[in-house]
Design a protein around this ligand. Sequence first.
Ligand code: MG
Length: 462
Amino acid sequence: MTLIKSISGIRGTIGGAVGENLTPIDIVKFTIAYTRFIAGKNEAKRLRIVVGRDARISGEMVNDIIEGTLLGCGADVINVGLCTTPGTEMAVITHKADGGIIITASHNPKQWNALKLLNEKGEFLNDQEGKQVLALAEQEDFDFPNVDSIGKVILREDFNPTHIEQVLSLEMVDVEKVKSRHFKVVVDAVNSIGGVVIPALLRKLGCEVVELNCEPNGHFAHNPEPLPQNLTEISEVIVREGADLGVVVDPDVDRLALVNEDGTMFGEEYTLVAVADYILSRTKGNTCSNLSSSRALSDVTVARGGEYAASAVGEVNVVAKMKEIGAVIGGEGNGGVIYPELHYGRDALVGVALFLTYLAEQGCSMTELRKRYPAYYASKNKIELTPAIDVDKVLSTIKERYANERVNDIDGVKIDFAEHWVHLRKSNTEPIIRIYTEAKSQEFADEVAQQFIAEIKDICKL
Ligand code: MG
Protein backbone atom coordinates (compact mmCIF):
# COMPACT_ATOMS: atom_id res chain seq x y z
CA MET A 1 0.00 0.00 0.00
CA THR A 2 1.60 3.21 -1.13
CA LEU A 3 1.01 6.91 -1.69
CA ILE A 4 3.73 8.77 -3.56
CA LYS A 5 3.51 12.55 -3.66
CA SER A 6 5.83 14.01 -6.23
CA ILE A 7 6.13 17.13 -8.31
CA SER A 8 4.44 15.38 -11.23
CA GLY A 9 1.35 14.56 -9.18
CA ILE A 10 0.09 12.08 -6.65
CA ARG A 11 0.15 8.34 -7.24
CA GLY A 12 -1.07 5.55 -5.04
CA THR A 13 -2.87 2.29 -4.55
CA ILE A 14 -6.64 2.21 -4.25
CA GLY A 15 -8.15 1.31 -0.86
CA GLY A 16 -6.73 1.25 2.65
CA ALA A 17 -5.78 3.95 5.11
CA VAL A 18 -5.91 7.71 4.45
CA GLY A 19 -2.51 9.25 3.79
CA GLU A 20 -0.99 5.88 2.93
CA ASN A 21 -2.99 5.17 -0.23
CA LEU A 22 -4.87 7.06 -2.92
CA THR A 23 -8.10 7.27 -0.92
CA PRO A 24 -11.08 9.54 -1.65
CA ILE A 25 -9.89 11.92 1.07
CA ASP A 26 -6.39 12.17 -0.43
CA ILE A 27 -7.91 12.76 -3.87
CA VAL A 28 -10.07 15.62 -2.51
CA LYS A 29 -7.17 17.27 -0.69
CA PHE A 30 -4.88 17.10 -3.68
CA THR A 31 -7.55 18.38 -6.09
CA ILE A 32 -8.18 21.35 -3.80
CA ALA A 33 -4.43 22.08 -3.68
CA TYR A 34 -4.19 21.95 -7.48
CA THR A 35 -7.23 24.24 -7.88
CA ARG A 36 -5.77 26.74 -5.43
CA PHE A 37 -2.47 26.67 -7.30
CA ILE A 38 -4.17 27.35 -10.66
CA ALA A 39 -6.41 30.00 -9.06
CA GLY A 40 -3.33 31.72 -7.70
CA LYS A 41 -2.08 32.19 -11.25
CA ASN A 42 -5.40 33.61 -12.45
CA GLU A 43 -6.90 35.60 -9.62
CA ALA A 44 -10.53 36.68 -10.04
CA LYS A 45 -10.90 34.48 -13.10
CA ARG A 46 -13.42 31.69 -13.21
CA LEU A 47 -11.35 28.59 -13.87
CA ARG A 48 -11.99 25.95 -16.51
CA ILE A 49 -10.29 22.62 -15.89
CA VAL A 50 -10.22 19.64 -18.24
CA VAL A 51 -10.58 16.19 -16.67
CA GLY A 52 -9.81 12.97 -18.55
CA ARG A 53 -9.10 9.40 -17.49
CA ASP A 54 -7.74 6.15 -18.82
CA ALA A 55 -9.77 2.94 -18.55
CA ARG A 56 -8.58 1.84 -15.12
CA ILE A 57 -11.19 0.13 -12.95
CA SER A 58 -10.92 2.94 -10.35
CA GLY A 59 -11.10 5.67 -13.01
CA GLU A 60 -14.79 6.46 -12.71
CA MET A 61 -14.65 6.67 -8.91
CA VAL A 62 -11.60 8.96 -8.98
CA ASN A 63 -13.12 11.04 -11.79
CA ASP A 64 -16.35 11.67 -9.89
CA ILE A 65 -14.51 12.78 -6.75
CA ILE A 66 -12.26 15.13 -8.72
CA GLU A 67 -15.13 16.56 -10.72
CA GLY A 68 -17.23 17.21 -7.62
CA THR A 69 -14.29 18.76 -5.79
CA LEU A 70 -13.49 21.09 -8.68
CA LEU A 71 -17.13 22.22 -8.81
CA GLY A 72 -17.10 22.76 -5.04
CA CYS A 73 -13.98 24.90 -5.44
CA GLY A 74 -15.80 27.08 -7.96
CA ALA A 75 -14.07 25.77 -11.08
CA ASP A 76 -15.94 24.82 -14.24
CA VAL A 77 -15.18 21.40 -15.66
CA ILE A 78 -14.71 20.16 -19.21
CA ASN A 79 -14.93 16.41 -18.79
CA VAL A 80 -13.56 14.47 -21.75
CA GLY A 81 -14.26 11.11 -20.10
CA LEU A 82 -12.20 8.16 -21.31
CA CYS A 83 -9.21 9.83 -22.92
CA THR A 84 -5.50 9.35 -23.46
CA THR A 85 -2.88 11.48 -21.73
CA PRO A 86 -1.96 13.25 -25.00
CA GLY A 87 -5.67 13.66 -25.84
CA THR A 88 -6.35 15.34 -22.49
CA GLU A 89 -3.35 17.61 -23.07
CA MET A 90 -4.70 18.58 -26.49
CA ALA A 91 -8.15 19.18 -24.97
CA VAL A 92 -6.63 21.78 -22.60
CA ILE A 93 -5.03 23.54 -25.57
CA THR A 94 -8.07 23.26 -27.84
CA HIS A 95 -10.59 24.45 -25.24
CA LYS A 96 -8.19 27.16 -23.97
CA ALA A 97 -8.68 25.82 -20.45
CA ASP A 98 -6.69 26.93 -17.40
CA GLY A 99 -5.37 23.47 -16.65
CA GLY A 100 -6.13 19.79 -16.69
CA ILE A 101 -6.06 16.66 -14.60
CA ILE A 102 -5.33 13.28 -16.15
CA ILE A 103 -6.44 10.30 -14.10
CA THR A 104 -3.97 7.55 -14.93
CA ALA A 105 -1.17 5.59 -13.34
CA SER A 106 0.36 5.09 -16.79
CA HIS A 107 2.07 1.68 -17.05
CA ASN A 108 1.53 0.69 -13.39
CA PRO A 109 -0.68 -2.32 -12.57
CA LYS A 110 -4.44 -2.08 -12.04
CA GLN A 111 -4.44 -1.39 -8.27
CA TRP A 112 -2.70 1.94 -8.91
CA ASN A 113 -4.10 5.27 -9.99
CA ALA A 114 -2.77 8.81 -10.07
CA LEU A 115 -3.50 12.45 -10.78
CA LYS A 116 -1.21 14.02 -13.37
CA LEU A 117 -1.40 17.78 -13.43
CA LEU A 118 -1.33 20.07 -16.45
CA ASN A 119 -0.88 23.81 -16.84
CA GLU A 120 -2.80 26.05 -19.23
CA LYS A 121 -0.57 24.94 -22.11
CA GLY A 122 -1.55 21.31 -21.62
CA GLU A 123 1.97 20.56 -20.34
CA PHE A 124 3.02 18.95 -17.07
CA LEU A 125 3.72 21.25 -14.15
CA ASN A 126 7.42 21.89 -13.67
CA ASP A 127 9.43 21.16 -10.56
CA GLN A 128 8.76 24.50 -8.89
CA GLU A 129 5.02 24.45 -9.69
CA GLY A 130 4.71 20.86 -8.47
CA LYS A 131 6.35 21.86 -5.18
CA GLN A 132 3.82 24.65 -4.75
CA VAL A 133 0.95 22.18 -5.17
CA LEU A 134 2.54 19.82 -2.63
CA ALA A 135 2.90 22.68 -0.15
CA LEU A 136 -0.74 23.71 -0.67
CA ALA A 137 -1.82 20.10 -0.10
CA GLU A 138 -0.47 20.37 3.47
CA GLN A 139 -2.79 23.28 4.27
CA GLU A 140 -6.31 22.71 5.53
CA ASP A 141 -7.65 26.26 5.80
CA PHE A 142 -10.27 25.58 3.17
CA ASP A 143 -12.74 28.32 2.30
CA PHE A 144 -15.16 27.27 -0.41
CA PRO A 145 -17.39 29.47 -2.59
CA ASN A 146 -21.10 29.81 -1.82
CA VAL A 147 -23.98 28.27 -3.74
CA ASP A 148 -24.11 30.95 -6.42
CA SER A 149 -20.43 30.52 -7.23
CA ILE A 150 -19.98 26.75 -7.42
CA GLY A 151 -18.73 25.40 -10.73
CA LYS A 152 -20.62 23.76 -13.58
CA VAL A 153 -19.76 20.92 -15.91
CA ILE A 154 -19.77 23.03 -19.06
CA LEU A 155 -18.94 20.21 -21.45
CA ARG A 156 -19.05 16.45 -21.25
CA GLU A 157 -17.73 15.24 -24.56
CA ASP A 158 -15.44 12.62 -26.05
CA PHE A 159 -12.32 14.44 -27.27
CA ASN A 160 -10.61 11.47 -28.92
CA PRO A 161 -12.09 12.00 -32.43
CA THR A 162 -10.85 15.62 -32.38
CA HIS A 163 -7.39 14.53 -31.27
CA ILE A 164 -7.26 11.95 -34.08
CA GLU A 165 -8.21 14.63 -36.64
CA GLN A 166 -5.55 16.97 -35.23
CA VAL A 167 -2.93 14.23 -35.70
CA LEU A 168 -4.08 13.41 -39.24
CA SER A 169 -3.99 17.12 -40.16
CA LEU A 170 -0.27 17.40 -39.46
CA GLU A 171 1.69 18.35 -42.57
CA MET A 172 4.11 15.48 -42.03
CA VAL A 173 1.34 12.88 -41.90
CA ASP A 174 0.52 11.66 -45.40
CA VAL A 175 -2.82 9.89 -45.07
CA GLU A 176 -3.09 8.97 -48.76
CA LYS A 177 0.40 7.49 -48.84
CA VAL A 178 -0.31 5.32 -45.80
CA LYS A 179 -3.67 4.27 -47.26
CA SER A 180 -1.93 3.12 -50.45
CA ARG A 181 0.02 0.49 -48.50
CA HIS A 182 -3.10 -1.14 -46.93
CA PHE A 183 -1.10 -2.06 -43.84
CA LYS A 184 -2.41 -4.89 -41.72
CA VAL A 185 -1.75 -3.95 -38.09
CA VAL A 186 -2.21 -5.88 -34.85
CA VAL A 187 -2.94 -3.57 -31.89
CA ASP A 188 -2.38 -4.51 -28.25
CA ALA A 189 -3.75 -1.78 -25.99
CA VAL A 190 -3.81 -3.79 -22.75
CA ASN A 191 -7.58 -3.17 -22.40
CA SER A 192 -7.33 0.55 -21.82
CA ILE A 193 -8.35 3.61 -23.85
CA GLY A 194 -5.75 2.91 -26.55
CA GLY A 195 -7.99 0.02 -27.58
CA VAL A 196 -10.51 2.55 -28.87
CA VAL A 197 -8.26 5.34 -30.08
CA ILE A 198 -5.46 3.46 -31.87
CA PRO A 199 -7.76 1.23 -34.01
CA ALA A 200 -9.84 4.32 -34.92
CA LEU A 201 -6.69 6.19 -35.99
CA LEU A 202 -5.39 3.22 -37.98
CA ARG A 203 -8.71 2.75 -39.81
CA LYS A 204 -8.60 6.43 -40.83
CA LEU A 205 -5.19 5.60 -42.29
CA GLY A 206 -6.71 2.78 -44.36
CA CYS A 207 -5.21 -0.01 -42.26
CA GLU A 208 -6.76 -3.39 -41.62
CA VAL A 209 -6.79 -3.74 -37.82
CA VAL A 210 -6.57 -6.89 -35.75
CA GLU A 211 -7.58 -5.99 -32.19
CA LEU A 212 -5.90 -7.64 -29.23
CA ASN A 213 -6.80 -6.50 -25.70
CA CYS A 214 -8.71 -3.52 -27.11
CA GLU A 215 -11.70 -3.64 -24.74
CA PRO A 216 -11.35 -0.52 -22.50
CA ASN A 217 -12.45 -2.29 -19.31
CA GLY A 218 -9.28 -1.77 -17.22
CA HIS A 219 -8.64 -5.50 -16.82
CA PHE A 220 -5.04 -5.44 -18.01
CA ALA A 221 -4.38 -8.61 -19.97
CA HIS A 222 -0.67 -8.55 -19.10
CA ASN A 223 1.78 -6.31 -17.24
CA PRO A 224 0.91 -2.98 -18.89
CA GLU A 225 4.47 -1.77 -19.40
CA PRO A 226 5.27 -2.26 -23.11
CA LEU A 227 8.48 -4.24 -22.58
CA PRO A 228 9.43 -7.28 -24.69
CA GLN A 229 8.79 -9.78 -21.86
CA ASN A 230 5.17 -8.55 -21.65
CA LEU A 231 4.52 -8.76 -25.38
CA THR A 232 4.63 -12.44 -26.29
CA GLU A 233 0.99 -12.70 -27.40
CA ILE A 234 1.15 -9.98 -30.07
CA SER A 235 4.25 -11.56 -31.66
CA GLU A 236 2.34 -14.79 -32.23
CA VAL A 237 -0.73 -13.04 -33.60
CA ILE A 238 1.32 -10.93 -36.05
CA VAL A 239 2.90 -14.05 -37.54
CA ARG A 240 -0.36 -16.01 -37.59
CA GLU A 241 -2.27 -13.14 -39.23
CA GLY A 242 0.51 -12.30 -41.68
CA ALA A 243 0.39 -8.69 -40.46
CA ASP A 244 2.82 -5.93 -41.47
CA LEU A 245 3.44 -4.75 -37.94
CA GLY A 246 2.22 -4.59 -34.37
CA VAL A 247 1.41 -1.49 -32.33
CA VAL A 248 1.56 -1.60 -28.53
CA VAL A 249 0.62 1.27 -26.24
CA ASP A 250 0.53 1.66 -22.47
CA PRO A 251 -2.76 2.37 -20.61
CA ASP A 252 -2.65 6.15 -21.11
CA VAL A 253 -1.20 5.98 -24.64
CA ASP A 254 1.89 8.15 -24.28
CA ARG A 255 4.28 5.26 -24.94
CA LEU A 256 4.47 3.42 -28.24
CA ALA A 257 6.28 0.16 -28.96
CA LEU A 258 6.35 -1.41 -32.42
CA VAL A 259 6.65 -5.06 -33.40
CA ASN A 260 8.07 -6.34 -36.69
CA GLU A 261 6.27 -8.51 -39.28
CA ASP A 262 8.22 -11.57 -38.09
CA GLY A 263 7.13 -11.06 -34.47
CA THR A 264 10.46 -9.67 -33.30
CA MET A 265 10.60 -6.33 -31.48
CA PHE A 266 11.37 -3.16 -33.42
CA GLY A 267 12.51 -2.05 -29.99
CA GLU A 268 10.84 0.56 -27.82
CA GLU A 269 13.98 2.70 -27.98
CA TYR A 270 13.77 2.76 -31.77
CA THR A 271 10.23 4.22 -32.02
CA LEU A 272 11.61 7.70 -31.45
CA VAL A 273 14.74 7.00 -33.52
CA ALA A 274 12.73 6.06 -36.64
CA VAL A 275 10.19 8.87 -36.24
CA ALA A 276 12.99 11.39 -35.72
CA ASP A 277 14.81 10.04 -38.78
CA TYR A 278 11.66 10.74 -40.80
CA ILE A 279 11.17 14.27 -39.46
CA LEU A 280 14.86 15.10 -39.93
CA SER A 281 14.70 13.83 -43.52
CA ARG A 282 12.17 16.63 -44.16
CA THR A 283 13.15 19.31 -41.63
CA LYS A 284 16.74 19.98 -40.72
CA GLY A 285 17.02 20.53 -36.99
CA ASN A 286 17.97 19.39 -33.54
CA THR A 287 16.70 16.58 -31.36
CA CYS A 288 16.57 15.78 -27.68
CA SER A 289 15.91 12.80 -25.44
CA ASN A 290 16.68 11.96 -21.85
CA LEU A 291 20.07 10.71 -20.63
CA SER A 292 18.85 7.11 -20.37
CA SER A 293 17.74 6.94 -24.00
CA SER A 294 19.59 5.18 -26.81
CA ARG A 295 22.58 6.80 -28.48
CA ALA A 296 20.96 5.83 -31.80
CA LEU A 297 19.00 9.12 -31.76
CA SER A 298 22.20 11.11 -31.50
CA ASP A 299 23.75 9.06 -34.36
CA VAL A 300 20.73 9.58 -36.62
CA THR A 301 20.58 13.31 -35.79
CA VAL A 302 24.27 13.91 -36.53
CA ALA A 303 23.99 11.92 -39.77
CA ARG A 304 21.16 14.25 -40.81
CA GLY A 305 23.22 17.36 -40.00
CA GLY A 306 21.54 18.31 -36.71
CA GLU A 307 22.62 18.49 -33.12
CA TYR A 308 21.51 16.23 -30.30
CA ALA A 309 21.06 17.25 -26.66
CA ALA A 310 20.29 15.12 -23.61
CA SER A 311 18.06 16.18 -20.73
CA ALA A 312 17.41 14.90 -17.24
CA VAL A 313 14.93 12.03 -17.04
CA GLY A 314 11.25 13.05 -16.96
CA GLU A 315 8.98 14.41 -19.64
CA VAL A 316 8.96 17.92 -18.18
CA ASN A 317 12.77 18.02 -18.41
CA VAL A 318 12.80 16.76 -21.99
CA VAL A 319 10.24 19.39 -22.99
CA ALA A 320 12.23 22.19 -21.31
CA LYS A 321 15.41 21.11 -23.13
CA MET A 322 13.56 20.78 -26.45
CA LYS A 323 12.35 24.37 -26.14
CA GLU A 324 15.83 25.55 -25.16
CA ILE A 325 17.53 24.06 -28.23
CA GLY A 326 14.57 24.46 -30.60
CA ALA A 327 14.30 20.71 -31.23
CA VAL A 328 12.13 19.69 -34.18
CA ILE A 329 11.42 16.36 -32.50
CA GLY A 330 12.30 14.68 -29.23
CA GLY A 331 11.05 12.46 -26.49
CA GLU A 332 12.03 9.55 -24.35
CA GLY A 333 13.60 6.26 -25.33
CA ASN A 334 10.74 4.38 -23.70
CA GLY A 335 8.60 4.91 -26.80
CA GLY A 336 7.65 8.51 -26.03
CA VAL A 337 7.50 10.69 -29.12
CA ILE A 338 7.14 14.47 -28.67
CA TYR A 339 6.42 16.40 -31.85
CA PRO A 340 6.12 20.14 -31.09
CA GLU A 341 4.19 20.85 -34.30
CA LEU A 342 1.20 19.36 -32.46
CA HIS A 343 2.12 19.80 -28.78
CA TYR A 344 4.82 19.35 -26.16
CA GLY A 345 3.71 15.99 -24.80
CA ARG A 346 4.52 12.33 -25.46
CA ASP A 347 1.89 11.19 -27.93
CA ALA A 348 1.57 7.63 -29.26
CA LEU A 349 -1.02 8.73 -31.86
CA VAL A 350 1.45 11.18 -33.35
CA GLY A 351 4.09 8.43 -33.22
CA VAL A 352 1.89 5.95 -35.12
CA ALA A 353 0.87 8.43 -37.82
CA LEU A 354 4.40 9.72 -38.46
CA PHE A 355 5.93 6.25 -38.34
CA LEU A 356 3.44 4.76 -40.82
CA THR A 357 3.96 7.70 -43.17
CA TYR A 358 7.69 6.96 -43.14
CA LEU A 359 7.24 3.20 -43.54
CA ALA A 360 4.86 3.82 -46.48
CA GLU A 361 7.24 6.30 -48.06
CA GLN A 362 10.22 3.96 -47.73
CA GLY A 363 8.27 1.07 -49.24
CA CYS A 364 10.08 -1.45 -47.06
CA SER A 365 9.21 -3.90 -44.30
CA MET A 366 9.65 -3.29 -40.57
CA THR A 367 12.70 -5.55 -40.31
CA GLU A 368 14.32 -3.83 -43.31
CA LEU A 369 13.76 -0.40 -41.78
CA ARG A 370 15.08 -1.54 -38.41
CA LYS A 371 18.33 -2.82 -39.97
CA ARG A 372 19.15 0.69 -41.18
CA TYR A 373 19.66 1.94 -37.64
CA PRO A 374 22.73 1.40 -35.50
CA ALA A 375 22.24 -1.63 -33.28
CA TYR A 376 22.61 -0.84 -29.60
CA TYR A 377 21.75 -3.11 -26.70
CA ALA A 378 20.69 -1.95 -23.27
CA SER A 379 21.07 -3.49 -19.85
CA LYS A 380 18.95 -2.17 -16.98
CA ASN A 381 20.00 -3.07 -13.45
CA LYS A 382 19.88 -1.73 -9.94
CA ILE A 383 21.94 -2.16 -6.81
CA GLU A 384 20.37 -2.08 -3.36
CA LEU A 385 22.32 -0.18 -0.74
CA THR A 386 21.74 0.32 2.94
CA PRO A 387 20.05 3.54 4.19
CA ALA A 388 23.30 4.54 5.94
CA ILE A 389 25.19 4.86 2.64
CA ASP A 390 25.52 8.37 1.23
CA VAL A 391 24.39 7.76 -2.35
CA ASP A 392 25.37 11.25 -3.53
CA LYS A 393 28.90 10.64 -2.29
CA VAL A 394 29.08 7.33 -4.14
CA LEU A 395 28.01 9.05 -7.36
CA SER A 396 30.49 11.90 -6.92
CA THR A 397 33.31 9.37 -6.32
CA ILE A 398 32.44 7.65 -9.61
CA LYS A 399 32.29 11.02 -11.33
CA GLU A 400 35.80 11.90 -10.14
CA ARG A 401 37.19 8.52 -11.18
CA TYR A 402 35.94 9.00 -14.73
CA ALA A 403 36.70 12.71 -15.01
CA ASN A 404 38.73 12.07 -18.17
CA GLU A 405 35.69 10.69 -19.99
CA ARG A 406 32.63 12.61 -21.21
CA VAL A 407 30.59 12.96 -18.01
CA ASN A 408 27.16 14.53 -17.60
CA ASP A 409 25.90 15.08 -14.04
CA ILE A 410 22.58 16.89 -14.55
CA ASP A 411 20.74 13.77 -13.41
CA GLY A 412 22.90 11.22 -11.62
CA VAL A 413 26.12 10.42 -13.49
CA LYS A 414 26.19 9.56 -17.18
CA ILE A 415 29.52 8.51 -18.66
CA ASP A 416 29.79 8.41 -22.43
CA PHE A 417 32.60 6.15 -23.64
CA ALA A 418 33.51 5.85 -27.31
CA GLU A 419 31.45 2.72 -27.97
CA HIS A 420 29.14 2.52 -24.96
CA TRP A 421 27.69 4.47 -22.04
CA VAL A 422 26.59 4.02 -18.46
CA HIS A 423 24.00 6.07 -16.58
CA LEU A 424 23.82 5.85 -12.79
CA ARG A 425 20.80 7.37 -11.03
CA LYS A 426 19.68 7.35 -7.46
CA SER A 427 16.08 6.80 -6.44
CA ASN A 428 14.29 9.48 -4.42
CA THR A 429 12.25 6.91 -2.53
CA GLU A 430 14.57 3.91 -1.92
CA PRO A 431 18.29 3.41 -1.12
CA ILE A 432 19.14 2.11 -4.58
CA ILE A 433 21.20 3.13 -7.58
CA ARG A 434 19.86 2.31 -11.03
CA ILE A 435 22.50 1.29 -13.53
CA TYR A 436 21.61 1.64 -17.19
CA THR A 437 24.15 0.71 -19.83
CA GLU A 438 24.14 0.58 -23.61
CA ALA A 439 26.68 -1.05 -25.90
CA LYS A 440 27.05 -2.65 -29.31
CA SER A 441 26.35 -6.14 -27.97
CA GLN A 442 24.11 -7.43 -25.21
CA GLU A 443 27.00 -9.28 -23.62
CA PHE A 444 29.10 -6.14 -23.38
CA ALA A 445 26.19 -4.05 -22.06
CA ASP A 446 25.67 -6.63 -19.31
CA GLU A 447 29.42 -6.80 -18.64
CA VAL A 448 29.71 -3.02 -18.25
CA ALA A 449 26.75 -3.07 -15.85
CA GLN A 450 28.41 -5.77 -13.75
CA GLN A 451 31.66 -3.83 -13.75
CA PHE A 452 29.94 -0.73 -12.33
CA ILE A 453 27.96 -2.78 -9.82
CA ALA A 454 31.26 -4.21 -8.57
CA GLU A 455 32.80 -0.75 -8.46
CA ILE A 456 29.89 0.69 -6.43
CA LYS A 457 30.04 -2.27 -4.03
CA ASP A 458 33.73 -1.63 -3.61
CA ILE A 459 33.22 2.08 -2.87
CA CYS A 460 30.47 1.22 -0.35
CA LYS A 461 32.53 -1.66 1.10
CA LEU A 462 29.56 -3.99 0.62
MG1 MG B 1 2.06 6.29 -19.88
